[in-house]
Design a protein. Structure first.
Length: 123
């Protein structure tokens, strides 16, 4: 799910040295946008990247950053998600989305869901 809809879409970084990459030239000190959401839809890394597949293997997404910039809260976020989904699946036998197009916020940096109507059936 994090690969498909990362909550953190992009961040700003500053070049620490001059660099040419795929024909683009970057100056030392230049501000660049790093788009995690775009990297998570890279055709070279993910076959059929626009398809939501919860069973996808080799899912090396960038939603928590990478290397030196790896999210410090990653382990806590994964634990919280595990607890939430376990509770939802234990409590409800059916959960259906009632939205064709959910309402998202307007920030280009954060993917914040404003509203998502669900229908649930208790166990």
């Amino acid at each position: 799910m994090l690969r498909f809809e990362p909550p953190f879409q992009m961040t700003i970084r500053f070049m620490n040295e001059k660099l040419s990459l795929h024909g683009a030239k970057f100056r030392k000190g230049q501000m660049v946008l790093v788009c995690f959401a775009g990297a998570n839809r890279d055709l070279l890394a993910f076959p059929d990247p626009d398809r939501f597949d919860i069973t996808r293997r080799n899912n090396k997404h960038m939603s928590f950053g990478y290397g030196f910039h790896m999210c410090l809260g990653m382990a806590l976020a994964r634990l919280e998600a595990k607890i939430v989904f376990r509770q939802l699946l234990d409590r409800y036998q059916d959960i259906r989305c009632l939205e064709d197009s959910p309402a998202w916020g307007i920030s280009p940096f954060f993917r914040d869901l404003q509203q998502l109507r669900l229908a649930v059936v208790k166990k």
